[in-house]
Design a protein around this ligand. Structure first.
Ligand code: C2E
Ligand code: CA
Ligand code: CA
Length: 510
């Protein structure tokens, strides 16, 4: 046993106080006595040792965690400034870069921003799928990066829109870089199993004193739209006049929206004629816009506008309803029989919407028109580029019993095997294929070959764009069944259709 006044007792107490105060390195001295008290001291030292190890480990872990947290924080900062798909800067990073370039007093030129929008991305994405679409975006990002300086900031702003900020260059220099980018994007992009080409349109804006990054982006956007309007692979600089063009355009969109709602549109009808008898077998409905101040506007001018402004479905529904109701009226007036058909042009957007099938079903139900009397015309391009859903909608439409015809046949690139698989019954051969008929002696052979090809696929052909009696006669002699064109009649307003029907040769009347 140890004595009450054993000095080791106070040493033990002091030692424990030191440990308790956080000095885990302190140890209490063990005596030579090796008695019970020494055993307690040794035990305390062991505990201190353990505590120290645990504490050090803990400290190390905290350090690692802190480091990880720091890295995560950096990563998050990067993510907030970076487009995850392409690794390029994102919109916020671009705005920041623009802001600091505008504020840079030392630069005596610029900054310049290029805004770039891909021309054919949507159709690539729709027809080849999102993985292919992603690959295209990544490749485009790399090509832009490769065409600019390391100090330029390249960003993806979302979708298929890219932007490049060049801190201190002249507009001319920037335009040269822009054209270099367009050239780089014009090279085909290799995807598994196929290659695609995806052009772009660029808008250029030069920063001026007092401008905000948002101003510059808006100007570049306006300029980009001007490039798009001119066709693919263009570059346009911003000029104030373009703002007016933009305003007129959005005014036109508003006018069109109103026209669709309030019967500002009208349909003209062009006869489709049976070549052997000159009988009018049906009509094609062609939409026109009766603009309050600009007069009659043709569809080539406003259909693309409607597509762009997201109005095409509304317009398509209006055309569908109006044309089928009109057919009902003609049937009720005994002007036409149950074989007479009305052809309606369908946009690729309609084809992609399942709602459209419902609309067709409803119109047929409402008017009690037989489905065979309604033929939907779809362009070859829309069908060929179509995805699975399109084929599903085509099947759905077909299931309703309406006729389906490929429009502008010969301008797209459908393969024969593809044609065979499609649920269509007729093609309308584009007028460019017969334009030389009557002047070019080799043309009849082409027509005969196309006719053979179409029939080999189990389809029938309507020939459009017939402008002369001679063309009609050659087609008839070659065994073509139906045709359409100015020679027979221009598209006419509905009130003139009864007159056309009455003027048919007696033998052709129903
Ligand atoms: P499309 O479907 O190929 O229509 C034929 C176009 O050729 C019509 O022009 C017609 O007037 C014109 N045409 C007819 N016969 C002749 C001819 O003998 N010679 C020449 N040179 N041209 C002839 P339009 O009415 O200006 O329509 C242009 C295009 O607008 C149509 O081409 C069609 O793609 C589109 N479109 C027209 N109406 C609608 C519609 O209701 N909905 C949709 N989505 N598109 C429509
Ligand atoms: Ca057509
Ligand atoms: Ca056509």
């Amino acid at each position: 046993m140890f004595a009450d006044n054993d000095p080791r007792l106070s040493q033990l107490l002091e030692g424990i106080v030191r440990l308790a105060s956080g000095d885990l390195t302190s140890r209490i001295e063990v005596s030579d006595a090796r008695d019970e008290l020494d055993a307690i001291i040794m035990g305390t030292n062991l505990l201190a040792e353990d505590l120290q190890i645990i504490y050090e480990e803990l400290e190390q872990r905290v350090q690692v965690r802190t480091q990880l947290l720091h890295e995560a924080h950096l990563e998050m900062q990067k993510m907030a400034m970076q487009d995850p798909l392409t690794g390029l800067a994102n919109r916020s990073a671009l705005i920041e870069a623009l802001r600091s370039a505008i504020d840079d007093d030392e630069a005596d030129e610029g900054p310049v921003i290029l805004l770039l929008d891909l021309d054919a991305f949507k159709s690539i994405n729709d027809s080849l799928g999102h993985t292919a679409g992603d690959n295209v975006l990544i490749t485009v990002g790399q090509r832009i990066r490769g065409a600019v300086r390391a100090t330029d900031v390249v960003a993806r702003l979302g979708g298929d829109e890219f932007a490049i900020v060049m801190p201190a260059v002249s507009a001319d220099q920037a335009a040269i870089v822009g054209h270099r980018i367009l050239a780089a994007l014009n090279e085909p992009i290799e995807l598994p199993g196929r290659s695609v080409r995806c052009g772009a349109s660029i808008g250029l804006s030069v920063g001026g004193a007092g401008q905000t990054p948002e101003d510059m982006l808006m100007e570049a956007d306006v300029a980009m739209y001007a490039s798009k309007a001119e066709g693919q692979n263009r570059l346009h600089r911003f000029e104030p006049g373009l703002l007016l063009v933009r305003r007129l355009r959005s005014q036109l969109v508003e006018d069109l929206r109103a026209a669709i709602k309030s019967d500002g549109l009208t349909l003209h009808y062009q006869p489709v004629v049976e070549l052997s008898s000159s009988r009018i077998e049906g009509v094609e409905a062609l939409v026109r816009w009766n603009h309050p101040t600009r007069g009659l506007i043709m569809p080539d001018e406003f259909i693309p506008l409607a597509e762009d402004a997201g109005l095409i479905s509304e317009l398509g529904l209006w055309v569908l309803r109006t044309a089928v109701r009109q057919l009902r009226q003609w049937i009720d007036a005994s002007l036409v029989d149950g074989h007479f058909s009305v052809r309606i042009n369908i946009s690729a957007t309609d084809l992609q919407s399942l709602q459209f099938i419902e609309d067709v079903r409803n119109v047929l139900k409402e008017t009690l028109v037989r489905p065979e009397q309604v033929v939907l015309e779809l362009t070859e391009v829309a069908i060929v580029k179509g995805n699975e859903l399109d084929r599903y909608s085509l099947g759905g439409l077909r299931g309703l019993g309406v006729g389906i015809e490929i429009d502008d046949f010969g301008t797209g690139y459908s393969s024969i095997s593809y044609l065979r698989r499609l649920p269509v019954d007729r093609v309308k051969v584009d007028r460019s294929l017969i334009s030389g008929l009557g002047t070019d002696p080799t043309q009849p052979a082409l027509v005969a070959a196309v006719l053979q090809l179409v029939r080999a696929c189990g389809l029938e052909a309507v020939w459009e764009g017939v402008e002369t009696a001679e063309q009609a006669e050659i087609l008839r002699a070659l065994g073509c069944l139906s045709a359409q064109g100015y020679y027979f009649s221009r598209p006419v307003p509905p009130e003139e259709v009864p007159g056309l029907l009455a003027a048919q040769p007696e033998s052709a009347k129903q």
